[in-house]
Design a protein around this ligand. Structure first.
Ligand code: ADP
Ligand code: MG
Length: 401
């Protein structure tokens, strides 16, 4: 979708843009109105857990929360950034960013600016105000939203022509290089390319994608944040990576064209699964069956068959819990509570695991009892109140002058 059409899309009345304009003027003075406003939404992955780094398939959609930036160019080399969420301001010279010495929130923006400076010729300073209502660190990818909002805003401000996929890759690079998070590119692709009323069916190997309409006239996506931080996620991630690699090496003896678990067919897996260690077998089985579930999910959505899609989500949770073992009792409890609620099609943990969120698909008539039960039963069991989000719409990236 071109920038021009994006400007005129449905959400141009987003009131947060107006607030941000006001905040910018307050921060930088009345003669300093922002030239460009941009936003990029958070995302939730509906199905396709831990398939991304196995070159597989995912099905993310954007949420109704976003990160926003207001920007204005400067005639000198200075960069000044103010974060409304953190109540902090930083200032540095564009060509000497010393990114690692900046507060973390500024590292994402300075990283984007540095990539654009070295790769796309960005050569003037700027000032900006940032605000976001994507919960931080909850698994809805506020970091990708921040990167993409900054990249959208800065490319527009300086007339830099950068395709959507290139932008997503540049933002992924920022996480790797400047923040030190070795993430896949799903989040940035989902945020940058997400389209209202659709999910993004994404092939993480080729980056081929397709927008698939979400038939949600009478149903909604509900996200429950377990409020458990994902401390274990990093070390377990490396462990899973190694286990998947072991599976790939094993299956290569039968077919040397196999480069990732994505290439292992169900038939080949079934024929040789018993020769694998129990752990490796289960890890491989999750990834191989999950890729199949994502493809079936796309078909179910195309057929507007929420029953089947919900059942696939629930099967995905069982698989990630029992075979991949990255769930925890808190997430399992939220999923079970949702599944036991009348009118819920399905539920699963989403994201890296060991904390973070559960995503549910529920009939609109079930929203109230679902939210009530999720809160009550979780609190009874764990003494924690989950944060609940009913996704009202899937926001798109937007840039305004
Ligand atoms: P997630 O992407 O799952 O939300 P991360 O830890 O990857 O969690 O990213 C969260 C970080 O992104 C925050 O600690 C902060 O540095 C940055 N961030 C996200 N949203 C904002 C925002 N609105 N303003 C400033 N920084 C933000
Ligand atoms: Mg992140």
């Amino acid at each position: 979708m071109s920038a021009a059409t994006r400007d005129s899309c449905n959400n141009s009345t987003d009131p947060i843009f107006e607030n941000l304009r006001g905040a910018f003027v307050e921060q930088f003075g009345h003669e300093r109105k922002p030239s460009v406003l941009a936003r990029a939404p958070g995302r939730v992955n509906l199905i396709g857990g831990h398939t991304d780094y196995n070159d597989g398939f995912v099905l993310p959609t954007t949420v109704d929360r976003a990160v926003y930036v207001a920007l204005r160019p400067r005639t000198d080399e200075r960069v000044r950034l103010h974060s409304q969420n953190f109540g902090e301001e930083v200032e540095y010279a564009l060509s000497k960013p010393h990114v690692s010495s900046l507060p973390q929130w500024a590292q994402y923006v300075a990283g984007v600016a540095e990539e654009l400076r070295t790769k796309c010729g960005l050569d003037a300073g700027f000032e900006g105000v940032l605000f976001g209502n994507v919960p931080l660190g909850a698994g809805l990818s506020s970091s990708a939203a921040l990167e993409v909002a900054a990249a959208e805003g800065l490319t527009r401000l300086f007339g830099i022509d950068l395709g959507a996929e290139e932008m997503a890759l540049l933002c992924q690079q920022v996480e790797h290089t400047y923040v030190g998070v070795q993430c896949g590119v799903m989040d940035q692709m989902a945020t940058r390319l997400g389209r209202a009323g659709n999910v993004l069916s994404l092939d993480c190997r080729t980056l081929d994608y397709e927008h698939v309409p979400l038939p949600l006239s009478e149903a909604s996506i509900v996200i429950a944040d377990s409020q458990v931080s994902r401390e274990l996620a990093d070390s377990k991630y490396n462990e899973r990576l190694a286990e998947c690699e072991e599976g790939v090496t094993f299956f290569q003896q039968f077919d040397d064209s196999i480069k990732a678990l994505r290439d292992v067919s169900s038939e080949l897996f079934e024929a040789h699964a018993s020769e694998l260690s129990e752990t490796t077998k289960r890890r491989c089985r999750h990834v191989i069956t999950e890729n199949r579930r994502v493809k079936k999910s796309v078909q179910a959505l195309q057929a507007e068959d929420l029953e089947t899609f919900g059942a696939l989500m629930s099967a995905a949770h069982s698989s990630i819990r029992d075979d991949y073992e990255v769930s925890i009792p808190e997430l399992d409890h939220l999923v079970a509570t949702a599944e036991n609620t009348e009118g819920v099609y399905g539920a699963r943990m989403t994201g890296a695991g060991f904390g973070g969120c559960v995503v549910c698909l529920a009939a609109n008539s079930a929203l109230e009892p679902l939210q009530q039960r999720l809160s009550q039963q979780y609190e009874d069991q764990f003494g924690l109140e989950p944060a609940l989000y009913v996704v009202e719409e899937n926001l798109e990236v937007m840039t305004l002058h």
